[in-house]
Design a binder for this molecule. Structure first.
Ligand code: XIL
Length: 459
């Protein structure tokens, strides 16, 4: 009896529901009730996270036909991962691959059907893991199609058949002499030229089809003692400088493509012209004079002004570009500017690099990142090269290379790395810091993550 009664009630409820539903069906489209807005999917935290991807999933949305997935490098979704700006997905998940290791990604998804698009889901953030696999071995010069990749060398390292020689030829398309093409080496005593080291470097490059960037004609640090302590008249001093520039450019005409004519003429503190023997004896226009001497000696060679802290020290940056503006206004022949780029793992920022780079581009100059190295221990807070710093170094190099790579091709020249292996770096020998790992190869010639960062910057 009881069961029967319940059963009857059920039938009644179902029956009236059925009647109600049918009542609202007029059999005429115009009267269909407005559909409820398409709901947003609920996005889940990423799963299966590895060094180059992860799986992302979300809840099904009633009436959705498919979903649009955004993955970006920032939570404002201004910089999308290629292929992931509103990628259409029919499943409720996506396996994302080909991402960079140790990188933050931001994901959101929305539902769509033929009538409407839902609001975005919440944003989830996920960080890919650090990779343990071998670093890619693609050669830098092969990956870089619009500018040269250079390296600073010492003559004694250029022995055919050595590991050093093998890597140099494989990876690099340009060289700079780390110190052997400076005046204290080439003209150590007045009137006596020693070309042995410079010739060895230039001959090696010519024999192997490698570009040579000449570094540097006039640098207060490498003026030989006889010039620093010059006792002749100012005119005679100027003639010595002119003779030197003429002799060097004449000897290497057609073999050295470009020169840093003047290196580091601006003070760090206030952007004033650095005091040096050149300035004292030749006057404040010594920079212009040296560019004129160089152009007279070789009409074809590219002439650069080179300096450090150009991206980080804005007072100095302004002064350098004022100096260049003066040169250009007076039709002094200058083709390019070199930013040394002795930088560190946490500085400069992309914006700082970009601001400085734009100034070179606006002036129609060729830009050379001429002495790149990235300190990972500027505050001396580590005693071993940690994987966290290796990743930070890699990411900084990637930023540097990507920012450079984005400038117009006509403004590009080269990015030159200041040495091959960590233990060759001048930062160790000259700055007495054994705990530094600033270059692209480790002390055993192994490719570092920094090298991978360079490659990724070219992507
Ligand atoms: C350094 C070299 O690396 C050293 O080997 C050399 O003894 C001194 O000079 N800015 C420059 C480079 O323009 O010439 C310097 O190179 C590093 C700083």
């Amino acid at each position: 009896m009881k069961i029967n009664f319940k059963f009857k009630i059920c039938i009644l409820i179902i029956g009236s529901l059925f009647a109600l539903t049918n009542c609202t069906d007029p059999g005429d489209d115009s009267n269909i009730a407005k559909p409820i807005a398409l709901g947003s999917p609920i996005i889940n935290q990423a799963t299966d996270v590895n060094s180059n991807g992860f799986k992302i999933s979300w809840t099904r949305v009633y009436n959705a036909e498919n979903y649009e997935l955004d993955i970006a490098l920032n939570n404002t979704f201004e910089s999308y991962v290629t292929g992931y700006q509103g990628k259409s997905v029919t499943n409720m998940y996506e396996e994302v691959n080909g991402l960079n290791e140790s990188t933050n990604y931001f994901c959101r998804v929305r539902a769509i059907n033929s009538n409407e698009t839902s609001k975005n889901s919440a944003i989830i953030q996920t960080t890919t893991l650090e990779g343990n696999g071998p670093e890619p071995t693609t050669a830098l010069k092969d990956a870089s199609t619009t500018f040269m990749v250079g390296m600073a060398v010492k003559a004694q390292q250029l022995t055919n058949g050595s590991k050093y020689d093998e890597i140099l030829k494989k990876e690099f398309s340009s060289i700079s002499a780390e110190y052997e093409m400076k005046m204290n080496i080439i003209e150590p005593t007045k009137g006596n030229y020693d070309w042995s080291k410079a010739d060895a470097i230039v001959d090696y490059a010519v024999a192997n089809g490698i570009n040579v960037h000449g570094h540097a004609l006039v640098w207060h640090e490498s003026a030989p003692d006889w010039l620093k302590n010059y006792t002749g008249t100012n005119d005679e001093f100027e003639q010595e400088v002119k003779n030197y520039i003429t002799a060097v450019l004449t000897r290497y005409k057609g073999k050295v493509a470009s020169w840093d004519v003047v290196n580091e003429a601006i003070n760090d503190t206030d952007g004033s012209l650095r005091n040096s023997v050149y300035r004292e004896k030749m006057g404040d226009d010594f920079v212009a004079k040296c560019f004129e001497f160089a152009r007279e000696a070789d009409p074809d060679v590219l002439l650069f002004y080179n300096d450090y802290s150009v991206t980080t020290n804005t007072t100095k940056q302004t002064a350098i570009f004022n100096l260049i503006d003066d040169l250009q206004t007076n039709n002094t022949p200058i083709d390019g500017v070199g930013f040394q780029m002795h930088i560190q793992y946490n500085s400069p920022s992309i914006d700082q690099i970009k601001t400085a780079v734009d100034k070179a581009v606006e002036r129609d100059l060729k830009l050379h990142f001429s002495e790149l190295d990235v300190r990972v221990n500027p505050d001396k807070d580590i005693t071993t090269f940690t994987s966290e710093r290796a990743i930070a170094q890699k990411n900084k190099i990637k930023e540097v290379v990507a920012t450079y790579n984005a400038i117009p091709a006509k403004n590009k020249y080269a990015i030159t790395v200041w040495g091959m292996k960590d233990n060759d770096s001048w930062l160790i020998s000259h700055h007495n810091n054994a705990n530094e790992w600033p270059l692209l190869f480790d002390s055993n010639f192994e490719i570092k993550k920094a090298h991978t960062g360079f490659l990724q910057g070219l992507d």
